[in-house]
Design a protein around this ligand. Structure first.
Ligand code: ARG
Ligand code: ZN
Length: 855
């Protein structure tokens, strides 16, 4: 069944209050839900309560047994006659231990926890389970005190006590009306890291991060990130926290990153736990970013929620923009922007160019879980960022203030947000709204011409949005481009950066008078999420890479230079590596001032990104030419790389910008040095691996060794495994580096690792660390005999019956068949067909595989 955005109808019943009673057990939990319902429709209407795998054990209305109900498929329909209000009570029983989907109430390591977004609440009890039905919740939970010493839910704990048979109970109340997807419950044997935060208006908030015994030492970074986020949201958006208690619980088995349940965020352990011995600097940044993201949802998501799931980007795009801005403020804005753009290009551009392309506000879906995408999240964030860029920080804040004021306590739409920015900031976003309607990455073509009559240099811009499935014809949109022209010849061109609003198909922008062609820096800071085609004159990119005053633009110029060189080489042209080598050498010269930026800037574009530039992707040629360029840079600048590696690394416990940047650059240096194949490089890498006082250096050395064929490789993998076999998050890295390996036998290695005693399909992190890493390894996944495709299809088929959500996330790489040669196309489609032929396939996998096959 396909759900359409245009079919939205307001709910016929409101549920102002809900009382839930849980009798907790790992194998059986009994749930009694008392829903106070009030009719909002004019005429009598049956009350439809959605269910998923539930049976009603008893139904009562206003305290009396009730027979006027029936099952309609998985749903419970209660006929309330002409009543306009009632209390409907329903009893259900669920088995958390058997819940391998990790949606609803499930067991993880003996603890009970929930995940309700988007439609998991209906796996706990019958309910409308749509985000525009908001209720005040009262939750009573009771269970065995030894098994579940800690009992948590949303809001405040207002009462607790002991009961017979070693049981105890707690009563929680959340004063803020919320949709069912924000409900949460946790019961288990947990320990807490406690702290407190005093809000701007003086409210004292108790903070708690709950983890398993032994993990509490690894929660201090998350706690600091939480306090920083609370402060930042007050300073930058004027948003204060609104309860006396804020709890976070870390869970090992989790489908996604984390969940913003009101007052009780539930996290994947990988975004909470960090210490220098087990977490890399990137892991630390991930913890900070996700803690902030979930905290920021308290306003952008919870206080103002979504009317329906088509509006998902309302909360996700905005909240990603907020967490990106926060991380930029906590660290280096330039490096953060580079990382965000790299992620957008790696995950969102391919999605926008493939069979699963959809606008940030989709028009239809079969399974909403399939729409928690890079498009909704990351392109959604870019759309918010463009509005911010067009009106400036101050007016943007006026717009968001108005948004929160207008819609507090409501379920809103993307349109509501745009209108609030228009009204608050005083801007007309009529044309800009196309970003919400149209899928596909716009292409901007640029060229500079000299005007014969006036002698002026004119920038000619043209835009085109490509056709995507279901959207053959596109209209021009509003594209904000930050540009700056550098005059090398003392003319009178513009010296200041300016913002060009490309608001039509074609446009001419006068640049001023220049004696020679100016150096044009275009789409600075990646002000618009577009692809720019700009025919550059020779030497321009090298000049910009060295001299542009926008660090992102410097990075971009060097990347483009590398990309041009690689694409030419892959197309069979003889290329001169020296231009790239010189530019890298020049950039390395600035490493003392900003090692983190330099590390990002000198990294070669990924194999996948090179593939994205080609008409037909040739994974083997890309691998070959990229390794050749890497080896050339490695060899030509060998002395530089060795000098960097000879320095004493900053102690792992120091997380300053400079220390993190220094470690990052050492990782890059080691990779370049190893690419030369010089005989001592395995020993150098093994030395770093052994001497490392933290995970950043240790993992970088291990990953480098994993590409090769040395005895040191075998030794390091073994040492790492023995040391960390009991730490699941670190063991994930051990699987991951092997699946990322550039060795020719990686697909076989992955197949073998899937049979390793520590591998399990039950844990999504473990699945991603092995199979997700393989799909990110272009030449391995696209191995010419199709073994990579087979492996992924086998995984999808095996995982779907247990965990359809995570299974469906493995399909998009198989859906990119159009980009490859015929032999690969045939094999990829055959695997999609094989998946679709499985009996009893989930809605999640069916939607992704059938759309992918259509192309
Ligand atoms: N709202 C969560 C976040 O952005 C993601 C939850 C997604 N859950 C799901 N089942 N798709 O942090
Ligand atoms: Zn989110």
């Amino acid at each position: 069944v396909t759900i359409h955005r245009g079919d939205y109808r307001p709910p016929e019943w409101q549920l102002p209050d809900i009382a839930l009673d849980f009798a907790l057990g790992i194998d059986e939990t009994r749930v009694t839900a008392a829903l106070s319902v009030v009719r909002s429709a004019d005429a009598p209407a049956p009350l439809t309560l959605r269910g998923d795998g539930l049976t009603a054990l008893a139904v009562r209305v206003d305290g009396e047994g009730w027979n006027d109900w029936r099952m309609e498929g998985p749903d419970l329909v209660v006929d309330l006659g002409d009543r306009t209000a009632a209390v409907v009570e329903v009893e259900t029983a669920i088995n958390p231990a058997a819940n391998t989907q990790l949606m609803g109430l499930y067991a993880s390591n003996g603890m009970l926890c929930t995940q309700c977004e988007a439609e998991g609440f209906r796996r706990i009890t019958f309910h409308p389970d749509r985000p525009d039905v908001l209720s005040r919740y009262k939750v009573r939970m009771e269970g065995d005190k030894a098994l579940f010493p800690i009992l948590l839910s949303n809001g405040n704990c207002i009462e607790k006590g002991e009961s017979e048979g070693g049981r105890h109970w707690a009563l929680w109340e959340d004063p803020w009306p919320k949709p069912s997807y924000l409900f949460a419950l946790v019961a288990g044997d947990l320990v807490v890291n406690r702290d407190e935060f005093v809000t701007l208006s003086g409210r004292k908030v108790e903070l708690g991060i709950w983890v398993r015994e032994g993990d509490v030492e690894r929660t201090s970074h998350a706690m600091q990130a939480l306090k920083n986020s609370m402060k930042w949201d007050e300073q930058v958006y004027g948003r204060e926290y609104d309860l006396d208690l804020f709890n976070i619980v870390a869970v090992s088995d989790f489908n996604m990153g984390a969940m913003e349940n009101k007052g009780l965020n539930i996290f994947n352990t990988r975004y909470i736990l960090a210490d220098p011995d087990t977490a890399t600097d990137l892991d630390y940044d991930g913890v900070e970013g996700v803690v902030a993201h979930e905290y920021f949802h308290n306003w952008s998501g919870n206080r103002v929620t979504c009317r329906d799931w088509f509006q998902l980007s309302l909360k996700e795009g905005f909240t990603v923009f907020r967490d990106q801005s926060f991380s930029a403020d906590m660290g280096s804005p330039a490096v953060k922007r580079i990382e965000d753009v790299r992620l957008l290009r790696a995950a969102q551009f391919p999605e926008d160019a493939g069979p699963l392309a959809h606008p940030i506000r989709p028009d239809s879906y079969q399974e909403i879980s399939n729409f928690y995408t890079a498009t909704v999240y990351n392109k959604g964030a870019e759309v918010i960022r463009m509005m911010h860029a067009m009106v400036g920080a101050e007016r943007f804040r006026k717009g968001t203030d108005l948004y929160f004021e207008r819609h507090d306590g409501e379920a809103a739409t993307c349109e509501d947000f745009v209108r609030a920015i228009e009204d608050g900031a005083g801007v007309d976003l009529t044309l800009f709204r196309r970003w919400y309607e149209q899928a596909g990455t716009p292409r901007v073509t640029a060229r500079i011409e000299s005007d014969e009559d006036t002698g002026e240099r004119v920038l000619h811009l043209a835009q085109a949005v490509p056709a995507t499935p279901g959207q053959p014809d596109k209209a021009p949109t509003l594209i904000p481009l930050r540009i700056k022209a550098f005059d090398l010849d003392g003319g009178h061109g513009i010296e200041e950066e300016r913002l060009v609003l490309l608001d039509r198909g074609e446009m001419a922008v006068p640049l001023g008078h220049y004696r020679s062609r100016p150096m044009l820096s275009l789409n600075r800071g990646f002000s618009a999420p577009v692809i720019v085609d700009f025919a550059r004159a020779g030497g321009e990119l090298a000049w910009l890479a060295a001299h542009d005053d926008d660090p992102f633009a410097r990075y971009e110029a060097l990347q483009q230079l590398m990309l041009d060189t690689l694409v030419a080489a892959v197309s069979g042209e003889t290329v001169d590596h020296s231009v790239v080598i010189d530019a890298v050498a020049q950039t390395l010269g600035g490493r003392a001032a900003d090692p983190a930026f330099v590390a990002e800037a000198v990294l070669l574009p990924s194999e996948a990104f090179v593939g994205d530039q080609m008409v037909v992707v040739d994974p083997d040629a890309i691998r070959r030419e990229r390794l050749a360029l890497q080896a050339a840079i490695g060899g030509a600048l060998e002395a530089e790389w060795r000098a960097i590696l000879a320095e004493t690394p900053p102690p792992a416990a120091i997380l300053s910008r400079k220390a993190k940047g220094g470690r990052r650059l050492r990782g890059v240096a080691l990779a370049y040095l190893a690419a030369t194949g010089l005989p001592d490089t395995p020993a150098v890498a093994f030395g770093i691996f052994s001497d490392a006082d933290g995970m950043t250096e240790r993992q970088a050395a291990l990953a480098t060794l994993a590409h090769g064929d040395s005895d040191e490789r075998v030794a390091a993998l073994d040492i790492f495994y023995q040391r960390y076999r009991d730490n699941p998050l670190v063991l994930d890295k051990w699987f991951q580096v092997q699946a990322w390996s550039l060795r020719p036998d990686t697909v076989d290695a992955v197949r073998e690792l899937a049979g390793h005693p520590d591998f399990t399909l039950a844990n999504p992190n473990r699945v991603r660390s092995l199979y997700g890493a393989l799909t990110g390894n272009q030449a391995a996944f696209h191995q010419a005999d199709g073994a990579g495709y087979r492996l992924i299809a086998d995984l999808v088929i095996a995982l779907d019956p247990k965990n359809p959500q995570t299974a469906a996330r493995m399909i998009p790489p198989l859906g990119r068949w159009k980009r490859f040669d015929e032999a690969r196309q045939t094999m990829m489609k055959a695997e999609l067909q094989r998946i679709l032929a499985q009996p009893g396939l989930s809605r999640d996998v069916t939607e992704q595989a059938s759309k992918s096959l259509l192309g």
